[in-house]
Design a protein around this ligand. Structure first.
Ligand code: NAD
Ligand code: 0WE
Length: 255
């Protein structure tokens, strides 16, 4: 494979299982010559993510619950012992209470809104702040977003404003970290049947509709999202920052 990421160290957050977008990203980084460290949310996921880390070959594996500033700081301190310099960070984390992902949007709870924004948007700021300490030769930060940020998608509900907030944070972080040679971008992926997504009502109906209506007449895969992420982490995208790249078979332009 190409050595697009040869010599680069990348921290990948959000791998929970082999279907996670973050896992496809980790594999793609390795394929292009990069070294990966993984973080996982909580002890209950450790064994599963350990076997993913083993598959990568001795990838550093660190617990990091992004709802705590202290936990994020400690995770990066721990990473610094194993990977003193970081060239990239991938943020692939989102969460909202299940009851706020259905029904009337006006019924969104104050607590659900706060949690969705905390875990799905503020966590990019917290992880970027800490990762920056190790990104001493510049680098790339990439987060995962969805078009429900700017258009109404039935049931995406509270996650819509959370993703809008995330995409705005991408631009503010790009402006703030740019002078240090750190670029910040997002990949806006089309729907993919990951474990989190499959629990959503009529997710398969949505995939079927897209199959006949996107410009490319198909859905996208995690591998395709991962390839775009590799591009955004690599020097090929060295003049791109504050951008949201749609990897959605063209859906954003037509549907
Ligand atoms: P996933 O469930 O595999 O990944 C979500 C991850 O978030 C999990 O690893 C989970 O452990 C982590 N997480 C949740 N709360 C956390 C916390 N407090 N601390 C640390 N980690 C926490 O699902 P996925 O589909 O791979 O989602 C990854 C990203 O891709 C999300 O940002 C999602 O919004 C985005 N995305 C997904 C799709 C899709 O259709 N699957 C489309 C566009 C964007
Ligand atoms: O960002 C997402 C989903 C993230 C997500 C998923 C869950 C399921 C389990 C956040 N929080 C939770 N909370 C849970 O309890 N996507 C882009 C995938 C997704 O979710 C949808 C979609 C798409 C696409 C929900 C409704 C409609 C479309």
């Amino acid at each position: 494979m190409t050595g697009l990421l040869e010599g680069k160290n990348v921290l990948v957050t959000g791998a929970a299982n082999p279907r996670s977008i973050a896992w496809a990203v980790a594999l793609a980084i390795k394929k292009h010559g990069g070294s990966v460290a993984l973080t996982y949310q909580a002890e209950r996921l450790r064994r599963r993510v350990q076997s993913l880390a083993d598959e990568l070959g001795e990838a550093p594996l660190i617990e990091c619950d992004v709802s705590s500033d202290q936990a994020v700081r400690r995770a990066i301190d721990e990473l610094a012992e194993l990977m003193p310099v970081l060239d990239g960070m991938v943020h692939s984390i989102a969460w909202a209470p299940a009851e706020d992902l259905q029904g009337s949007f006006a019924q969104t709870s104050r607590a659900g809104f706060a949690q969705a924004n905390d875990i799905s948007s503020y966590s990019l700021i917290a992880t970027a702040r800490e990762a920056r300490r190790l990104m001493t030769r510049g680098g790339g930060i990439v987060t995962m977003t969805y078009a429900g940020s700017w258009r109404v998608v039935p049931n995406y509900n509270v996650m819509g404003p959370a993703k809008a907030s995330l995409e705005s944070a991408v631009r503010y972080l790009a402006a703030d970290l740019g002078p240090d040679g750190i670029r910040v971008n997002a990949v806006s992926a089309g729907p993919i049947a990951t474990v989190a997504a499959r629990t959503i009502k009529d997710f398969s109906g949505m995939l079927e509709l897209l199959e006949s209506h996107t410009p490319l007449r198909r859905n996208v895969t995690s591998e395709e999202v991962a390839d775009a992420t590799v591009f955004l982490l690599s020097d090929l995208s060295r003049a791109i920052t504050g951008e949201v790249v749609h990897v959605d078979a063209g859906a954003h332009a037509t549907i």
